[in-house]
Design a protein around this ligand. Structure first.
Ligand code: CA
Length: 713
């Protein structure tokens, strides 16, 4: 039943706002007389709600209520003939609101069985909520069913019918108007997420969920970051599902010379985890016409649903879910674990977000002056510290792990998130899978929340389960990402030595355990390493730049901590100088299989380094005390670092390992610490578990300019 609501605002009332549970602040367009003030009435349905007293300050009147404001009732103010609704969009940000209305149920969303479907929506400030049902995703013929208000600000209705594949949206009457919103807990949506679908997760299961038979400790992780579309779209890669989830499930695919592509390429490279740029639903690509635009996907809309532009049929609510599950199953079959890049720091266009429409004012951070906080730089910051936002995030992590068997998460702009939320995530995720890998960007950004309570790198020692991108090591290797021409150790800068030593030994100054240190020199953000070297050393020959490039990659892959590679780093990926390619065309962003073929030698080199790292635990010691015990610096000249990993036969086949990184343009002779024969497993050209050659009773090893050498005994 539709009720009649008063006109929202009129000339006498400017605004009425609930500011505590027992106080309404009313702004009039003039100073009221005593008689006028006496006529103010607070209506609650057909009753009058008791006002204890009034306090007038010029045009503002504060109404103190005798009892707590009756949320969910049809309340409005009147003065004679004039009416005004009561705005509830700032009371939602008070502590008392969060305490009163926290709902800890597991039934938010549409819970389907063949016999009945229950819709549960959290909307404490709403006066009415109804679900609108449609037979198809496009038809306008609708059927409305009212939800009734229940505990903790929830609204619920049970419909005793088989509603499978019925589409729905909510309509919520709040703050004087009707808002139309898609269920934030929807697990199936239509093209571009305009409607949610009722469905059964059981119908989306892949034929099998292959076991991950190779046990893996956290410190054995090697991450490889890729974008579904970039990785599959290229020509001559043999992949049929271009820009699609299915593209990453295809096996036995190769380029025209027979080199493996797609999933097989990742498998033979030897990385342990692939990290997917966002695959949960985002707003910037039109799913009905996906090739008209490109985006990385850092603009989330529906958190519990996969993005539709990678699905073969974005119109069918089931397809994207089935296809992403098959992709993850295919990765697991190849013993590759999957990390999702999740964006809980902001939402695509907050004013239009479904969260804002259902509980206006609740989900985002605001500055003291009332403006929306924008520490992310993309328009809004999600208020993760609020209890129902935290719950949404933790529920979401749990859902992706249980339903999609996700093995890890990378938190975009994690420094925006509050520490308590990150800790809740870690606890929940580790309960589901003790080996889950969690990492994030701990940047300190100007959001409206105290820095010491945010998950920034400065707080890393408070959250030892979480990995952090180590930007200081990254910049020390190649130069600051913020200054194009800045150089680092690998580009001949003699001033970054101390940062390099700290990075190689696991960045202990920032973390509690080496697995927290995510070591990288390139990611989807900023210039690729190749482009960075080109702009910072514009006069240098490509052949020299390539040596520097390999040196940087070798340092990352041999350092203590967790190595992180950006797809294509192993063949000098270029984006043709484009620094921020988040919406650049495919030809700039694509994984260029032709270039990969051209630099096959480098790919083999990286593969060799990965094999060596995986074969010997000395390259990935679990504790800082082990690092202190076994890692010994030998030569640390400003552009040449030599160290030994000594007495390490407890961790693998060799007892002593010498690693030399020479960033000089001249060869270096390094004195070997012990007599005997040393086998060389890495030199300027090759990296292989099978030794390349042996140094028989030599005192010195010669390390070529701009290169890495590893000798073992
Ligand atoms: Ca989308």
């Amino acid at each position: 039943m539709k009720q009649n609501y008063p006109q929202s605002v009129n000339y006498l009332f400017e605004k009425a706002e609930l500011i505590t549970f027992r106080c309404i602040k009313v702004l009039f367009n003039k100073v009221l007389t005593e008689e006028e003030r006496a006529m103010i009435n607070l209506h609650c349905g057909k009753q009058s709600f008791p006002i204890a007293r009034m306090n007038q300050q010029q045009e503002v009147v504060y109404l103190a209520l005798k009892e707590d404001y009756p949320f969910g009732e049809n309340c409005y103010l009147s003065l004679g003939e004039k009416n005004c609704f009561i705005d509830l969009s700032s009371i939602v940000r008070t502590k008392e609101f969060d305490e009163r209305f926290f709902y800890n149920g597991t039934d938010l969303g549409a819970i389907y069985t063949k016999e009945e479907t229950t819709f549960t929506c959290w909307a404490p400030t709403a006066m009415e909520v109804r679900v609108v049902l449609y037979k198809t995703w496009y038809t306008e013929t609708r059927r409305m069913v009212m939800l009734s208000r229940e505990n903790s600000g929830t609204w619920r209705v049970k419909i005793k019918e088989d509603l499978e594949t019925v589409w729905y949206v909510y309509e919520v009457y709040v703050n004087g108007k009707w808002n139309r919103a898609v269920d934030p807990y929807a697990t199936f949506v239509s093209v571009n997420g305009e409607r949610a679908m009722v469905g059964s997760m059981d119908k989306t299961e892949p034929a099998e969920w292959p076991e991950l038979t190779q046990a893996l400790k956290l410190n054995e992780t090697i991450i490889y970051e890729l974008h579904i579309r970039d990785f599959t779209i290229g020509r001559n890669n043999g992949i049929e599902g271009k820009a699609l989830y299915t593209g990453l499930t295809e096996v036995n695919k190769s380029d025209k010379e027979g080199n493996p592509t797609g999933l097989d390429y990742l498998k033979q490279l030897g990385v342990t985890h692939i990290e997917l740029l966002p695959v949960n639903d985002y707003g910037s690509v039109d799913e009905s016409n996906r090739f008209t635009s490109y985006n990385w996907g850092y603009d989330p809309v529906h958190y519990f649903v996969p993005e539709g532009s990678y699905a073969t049929d974005p119109y069918n609510g089931y397809t994207r879910v089935r296809e992403l599950k098959r992709l993850i199953a295919a990765c697991h079959r190849s013993q590759l674990r999957v990390i999702l890049d999740v964006v809980f720091n902001h939402i695509y266009i907050w004013e239009l977000s479904h969260l804002e429409k259902i509980v206006p004012g609740y989900y985002f951070r605001y500055q003291e002056n009332g403006e929306i906080s924008n520490g992310t730089g993309v328009g809004n910051d999600l208020a993760t510290e609020r209890r129902m936002v935290r719950k949404l995030i933790v529920d979401c992590i749990s859902f992706w792990m249980k339903e999609y068997k996700i093995d890890g998460f990378r938190f975009d702009l994690m420094g925006i998130l509050d520490l308590e939320t990150i800790k809740s995530i870690a606890t929940t995720a580790k309960n589901i899978n003790p080996n889950v890998f969690l990492l994030g960007e701990g940047w300190d950004l100007p959001t409206a929340f105290p820095e010491e309570k945010r998950a920034t790198t400065n707080q890393a020692k408070d959250v030892s389960d979480i990995g952090f991108f180590q930007d200081e090591f990254r910049d020390a290797l190649k130069g600051s990402t913020f200054h194009q021409t800045d150089t680092g150790f690998c580009s001949g800068n003699e001033t970054s030595l101390n940062q390099i030593l700290a990075g190689i030994s696991g960045s202990e100054y920032r973390f509690l355990q080496p697995a927290q240190a995510i070591h990288y020199v390139e990611s989807h953000d900023n210039h690729t390493l190749w482009d960075k070297l080109r702009v910072s050393l514009p006069k240098e020959l490509p052949s020299t730049l390539m040596r520097r490039h390999r040196l940087a990659t070798s340092i990352i892959l041999l350092a203590q901590g967790i190595p992180f590679l950006h797809a294509g780093q192993e063949w000098y990926r270029t984006k043709y100088g484009v620094e921020n390619s988040y919406c650049s065309p495919d030809w700039i962003n694509q994984f260029d299989w032709e270039r990969r073929r051209l630099f096959h030698h480098y790919v083999s080199y990286v593969k060799g380094l990965i094999n060596i790292r995986r074969a010997h635990g000395a390259f990935r010691l679990e504790t800082y005390s082990d690092i202190h015990k076994h890692l010994e610096w030998m030569v640390t000249d400003p552009l040449c670092i030599a160290y030994s990993l000594k007495n390490v036969n407890a961790f693998g086949r060799w007892n002593d390992i010498i690693v030399v990184h020479n960033a000089n343009e001249k060869a270096k002779q390094i004195l070997l610490p012990k007599k005997g024969n040393w086998e060389v497993v890495v030199d300027e050209n090759s990296a292989s578990l099978i030794p390349l050659y042996t140094l028989y009773n030599k005192d010195y090893v010669r390390v070529a300019p701009l290169s890495t050498t590893v000798c073992v005994q």
